[in-house]
Design a protein around this ligand. Structure first.
Ligand SMILES: NC(=O)c1ccc[n+]([C@@H]2O[C@H](COP(=O)([O-])OP(=O)(O)OC[C@H]3O[C@@H](n4cnc5c(N)ncnc54)[C@H](OP(=O)(O)O)[C@@H]3O)[C@@H](O)[C@H]2O)c1
Length: 251
């Protein structure tokens, strides 16, 4: 237990809350997209960004749940600026629709938090015929980031404020298949292992962030890209393996 309270060089520990970490930060004038904002980490990310003054777009597959959460955040923070938009990350058509609607809205984009994720479901294919975890956790976010990058670059240029792209990966990347990403066997059902496939998708998140960060730096763009492990947090993520059964209400 002691280790959770141990403070690192940042002055924060694994027990620090999002509110504590952002204390004193004024995010007024910033616009952020948070994917998977209807459950777990995405809910608190949305709430605290809004608390600090950012305009948050909740990118969610279940719009009704998103609207309900928006209402509950507004009850707590009446000044919160929140929009809800539909995004089904396992479908490239949905990602393209979301991005084109976002671009058409002419909103700026300072912060993109690629948070949504699924862990260890039984084998299935996305509407595009890609193993579902790889499609949702990696491909959907990769395409989304690619489609919104020009908007982010324009925002960073015009606002003169550093843009941030965050890929929520996982310590679970260590459980990937021995080869890391099995590019030639993504859809191999016979050899599918739900945890290794989760790890594989999280390795892809890390590699995406690393290469994107390198390219942005090379291009001299004022945007950073990082991946992270959020810690072990009781959310609905384990809904597929019966550990938590998808019954956690974090609102
Ligand atoms: N919790 C942990 O301990 C932990 C540890 C390491 C990494 N992570 C990572 O943290 C991120 C957030 O997880 P969480 O723990 O907050 O899990 P969660 O409570 O299950 O929330 C996941 C969110 O992703 C959304 N989502 C799932 N599939 C989607 C899709 N196809 N299209 C759009 N949205 C989709 C879910 O929407 P619905 O509400 O509609 O299902 C939900 O809002 C994930 O990337 C996960 O891998 C979590």
């Amino acid at each position: 237990m002691w280790i959770f309270g141990w403070k690192g060089p940042s002055g924060f520990s694994a027990r620090s809350t999002a509110e504590e970490v952002t204390e004193g930060i004024d995010a007024t004038g910033l616009t952020a997209i948070v994917t998977g904002a209807t459950s777990g980490i995405g809910v608190d990310t949305t709430r605290v960004l809004a608390l600090r003054g950012a305009h948050v777009v909740m990118a969610v597959r279940n719009v009704e749940a998103g609207k309900k959460l928006k209402e509950s955040i507004l009850n707590e923070i009446p000044s919160a600026k929140i929009d809800v938009m539909q995004l089904e990350l396992s479908s490239m058509a949905s990602v393209r629709k979301f991005a084109s609607e976002y671009i058409a809205s002419c909103l700026p984009l300072n912060i993109l938090i690629n948070n949504a994720g699924i862990m260890a479901p039984p084998f299935s294919l996305s509407p595009d015929g890609i193993e579902l975890q790889f499609a949702t956790n990696h491909v959907g976010h990769f395409l989304l980031t690619h489609l919104l990058l020009d908007t982010m670059k324009k925002t960073a240029r015009e606002s003169n404020r550093e843009g941030r792209i965050v890929l929520v990966s996982s310590d679970g990347h260590k459980f990937a298949y021995n080869e890391g990403i099995r590019l030639d066997k993504i859809n191999n059902e016979a050899e599918y292992n739900c945890y290794r496939a989760y790890g594989q998708s999280k390795v892809a998140n890390i590699l995406h962030a690393k290469e994107l960060a390198r390219r942005l730096k090379e291009e001299g763009v004022n945007i950073t890209a990082n991946s992270l492990h959020p810690g072990e947090i009781a959310t609905n993520l384990a809904r597929n393996n019966g550990l938590l059964n998808g019954n956690i209400d974090v609102t």
